[in-house]
Write a protein that binds this ligand. Structure first.
Ligand code: AMP
Length: 445
C-alpha cells in the first residue's frame, strides 16, 4: 500500500464509495502508477502477478472512462474488451468490475468456453460496455457474427504469459485484427518471454511500463519450506502436516487432474474436508468448490495449475506443492495464492527424488534456496526407494537442466498433458500430435 489516496489519483466519487465499502483505504503500488497513466489515455504494460491489485489498476480507470458521458452501446457491440486465459480469471475480473462499478450504470458480460453459448449471445445481443472473455469462445461468437468488435475503444489482455502457455496467442492476434486501430490498450503479464515482448510491440503504442515485482522473483512475504519425501509417502506427510490446525485454509497443488482427485479422495477418507478443481470438472462444479473453499466449508482445495490460475481468495494460510510443477514459473504463481493483499503466507513443497530437477529450476529462477526441513516419517525399507530423477529423461533429452520445456517430446511417458494444457509448448505453438485438435480443446482447461 502507498500513502496516496484513490481520490488524489482522480478516482470519481461513485467508484470511491464502492472502494470504501470494500475497505480499500489506499491504492497498491501498481494502482498508484497505473491509474493516472491510464486516465491520461496512455497504453500500459504491467509486469505484475495476481495479488498486486492489477484488476483495480486497469479496472478503475476503465469504469471511469466508460461512465463519463455514457452513451448506450450499439447492439452486439462492446466498448471495452478484456481477454483472460481461464474461465476462473474471466469470472473473477467481471465480479471485481461489478463490485467497483456497482454505483455506475454500465453493462457487463462474460464469455467463456465450456458452457452453452445461448445465454452469452443473449447477454450481448443489445450491446455491452465491458466484455470479459476467454479467447476461443469469443472468436467463435465473432465468427458467427453474434458479437462485433468494431466499437471497441479499450483492449486489456490479462495474464498474457499464461495465454502463451495455453496456446491462445494466435487467437488473441486474430481477435485484435477485428479491433479498431484507434484504441487504448493494456497488457499484463507476470513474466516477459520473447513472444510476449513481440506481442507488446504489436499491440501497445508507447506504453507506460510498470513492473511491480521483479521478474520471476518470489514474493518475499511468503515463508517457503521444503520436505524431501519419497512419492509413496507424500500422502502420509500431508495428513501429518494437516494435524496442525494452523493450516486452516490450504491449497494443495498437483501436476495432474488424476493426482488432484486422488489427493482429495485421500483427504476425505481421512476426515479432512476437501474438494478438487481441475479442467475435467464443469464450470459449475468448479465454482461450487471455490465457493465452499472461500466460505470455509472446505478446508483443503486440491488444484492443478491451470484450474487454480486466477483463484482470488484471501486468507489462504498455506500452499502445499504436493508435486513440484514442471514449469518453474508455476511455482511462483502457486505460492502467490497465499500472502495476498499484503498478508503473510506459508508455502510447503514436497520433493521426491524424481523432482530434483524441477527443484533446481525453481531455485534458479527465484534466486532463492528453499529451506529444507525434516519430517518424522519412517524411512522406506531397502528396495522400495525411488531412484533419482527418472522423469528428466523424458523432458530434458539433450538439453541443459533449466531449459526444459513443458510438453516433453512424446505424447506418452510422463507428460504434463493432464495438467490441463494438453501438450502445449511454451512458445504457444502446438506439438505435432495435437495439431488440428486445438479448437475442441481450447477453453477446456
Ligand atoms: P488482483 O491482483 O487484482 O487479483 O488483486 C488481489 C487482491 O487484492 C484482491 O483480493 C483484491 O480484492 C485486493 N485488492 C486490490 N486492490 C486493493 C487495495 N487497494 N486495497 C486492498 N485490497 C486490494
Amino acid at each position: 500500500m502507498t500513502d496516496v489516496t484513490f481520490a488524489a489519483l482522480g478516482v470519481a466519487e461513485p467508484i470511491l464509495r464502492a472502494l470504501a465499502a470494500e475497505n480499500y483505504t489506499h491504492p497498491t503500488p501498481i494502482q498508484t502508477r497505473a491509474i493516472p497513466a491510464l486516465m491520461g489515455g496512455r497504453d500500459l504494460l504491467g509486469i505484475a502477478q495476481t495479488g498486486t491489485g492489477k484488476t483495480a489498476a486497469f479496472g478503475l480507470p476503465l469504469l471511469q472512462k466508460l461512465s463519463i458521458g455514457h452513451v448506450p452501446p450499439q447492439p452486439r457491440q462492446t466498448k471495452a474488451l478484456i481477454l483472460a486465459p481461464t474461465r476462473e480469471l474471466a469470472v473473477q475480473i467481471e465480479q471485481s468490475l461489478r463490485t467497483y462499478g456497482r454505483f455506475l450504470n454500465l453493462k457487463l458480460a462474460v464469455i467463456l468456453g465450456g458452457v452453452s453459448q445461448n445465454s452469452q449471445v443473449n447477454a450481448t445481443k443489445h450491446g455491452v460496455d465491458i466484455l470479459v472473455a476467454t479467447p476461443g469462445r469469443l472468436l467463435d461468437l465473432v465468427q458467427q457474427k453474434h458479437i462485433r468488435l468494431d466499437g471497441v475503444n479499450t483492449l486489456i489482455v490479462d495474464e498474457a504469459d499464461r495465454m502463451l502457455d495455453m496456446g491462445f496467442i494466435r487467437d488473441v492476434r486474430k481477435i485484435v485484427a477485428h479491433l479498431p486501430r484507434e484504441r487504448q490498450s493494456m497488457l499484463f503479464s507476470a513474466t516477459m518471454p520473447d513472444d510476449i515482448v513481440k506481442l507488446v510491440g504489436d499491440l501497445l503504442k508507447n506504453p507506460e511500463r510498470i513492473e511491480v515485482t521483479p521478474q520471476s522473483r518470489t514474493a518475499d512475504r511468503i515463508e517457503q519450506k521444503l520436505y524431501y519425501v519419497p512419492a509413496q509417502q507424500k500422502r502420509q506427510l500431508l495428513s501429518s502436516l494437516l494435524q496442525d490446525l494452523a493450516l486452516n485454509r490450504v491449497i494443495v497443488f498437483t501436476r495432474t487432474k488424476h493426482g488432484a482427485n486422488k489427493v482429495a479422495e485421500h483427504l476425505s477418507r481421512t476426515g479432512v474436508t476437501s474438494d478438487a478443481i481441475h479442467g475435467n470438472k464443469s464450470q459449475n462444479a468448479r465454482q461450487r468448490a471455490l465457493e465452499a473453499f472461500r466460505s470455509g466449508k472446505v478446508r483443503v482445495l486440491v488444484a492443478t495449475d491451470i484450474a487454480a490460475r486466477g483463484i482470488d481468495i484471501d486468507d489462504i494460510s498455506h500452499v502445499v506443492n504436493f508435486e513440484l510443477p514442471n514449469e518453474p514459473e508455476s511455482y511462483v504463481h502457486r505460492i502467490g495464492r497465499t500472502a495476498r493483499a499484503g498478508g503473510a503466507g506459508i508455502a510447503l513443497s514436497f520433493c521426491d527424488p524424481s523432482e530434483r530437477g524441477y527443484l533446481r529450476d525453481i531455485e534458479r529462477i527465484t534466486r532463492n534456496k528453499i529451506e529444507a526441513v525434516a519430517h518424522d516419517l519412517p524411512p522406506l525399507p531397502e528396495g522400495q526407494q525411488q531412484p533419482e530423477e527418472p522423469r528428466r529423461h523424458f523432458h530434458n533429452k539433450g538439453r541443459k537442466p533449466g531449459n526444459h520445456k513443458p510438453g516433453g517430446h512424446k505424447p506418452g511417458g510422463h507428460s504434463p498433458a493432464d495438467a490441463g494444457a494438453p501438450g502445449k509448448k511454451r512458445n504457444g505453438s502446438r506439438p505435432h500430435w495435437h495439431r488440428g485438435r486445438d479448437n475442441k480443446k481450447r477453453d477446456a482447461a
